[in-house]
Design a protein around this ligand. Structure first.
Ligand SMILES: Nc1ncnc2c1ncn2[C@@H]1O[C@H](COP(=O)(O)OP(=O)(O)OP(=O)(O)O)[C@@H](O)[C@H]1O
Ligand SMILES: [Mg+2]
Length: 118
């Protein structure tokens, strides 16, 4: 659902196919983390407008799961507590212009990304 939603919104905002695919990949990885580590959560999509009038797409992935104890560690390529490749977070960061993790142990995680229209 997240993949389709994000691809449709990105296309409607005018992102080219390569950027649609970038955003769809990010949605896939970050939504999969929500499901895998928190069980459930939500994806909020927003049209973003920058200081110079540029437009973009902001995606917010939120959950009330276990949280991430060490965000720097979790961002490292190859780090996984779930037997995965540990590429979801660092790979997603490379595909967007802005990437922010807010997380508290036992409270949950919110990851906000922005891709600007170029
Ligand atoms: N929403 C989340 N809630 C709690 N922990 C998370 C969440 N997202 C990521 N993490 C933690 O960060 C680690 C790294 O995430 P990342 O997506 O990079 O790798 P992965 O999910 O383990 O493997 P994969 O390469 O298959 O995505 C996870 O193993 C997990 O410990
Ligand atoms: Mg992952």
């Amino acid at each position: 659902m997240a993949r389709n939603e994000v691809r449709n919104i990105a296309a409607r905002l005018g992102f080219l196919l390569l950027d649609q695919t970038r955003l769809t990949t990010v949605a896939s990885e970050l939504a999969r983390n929500v499901v895998k580590y928190a069980g459930r959560g939500r994806l909020i999509t927003q049209m973003a407008s920058g200081a110079t009038g540029r437009r973009g797409l902001r995606l917010i992935f939120e959950d009330e799961g276990p949280g991430i104890a060490d965000v720097d560690l979790a961002m490292r390529d190859g780090y996984s507590t779930g037997g995965g490749l540990g590429k979801g977070l660092p790979g997603s960061k490379r595909l967007v212009d802005e990437f922010k993790i807010e997380s508290a142990t036992g409270r949950g995680t919110r990851i906000t990304v922005v891709r600007w229209l170029h």
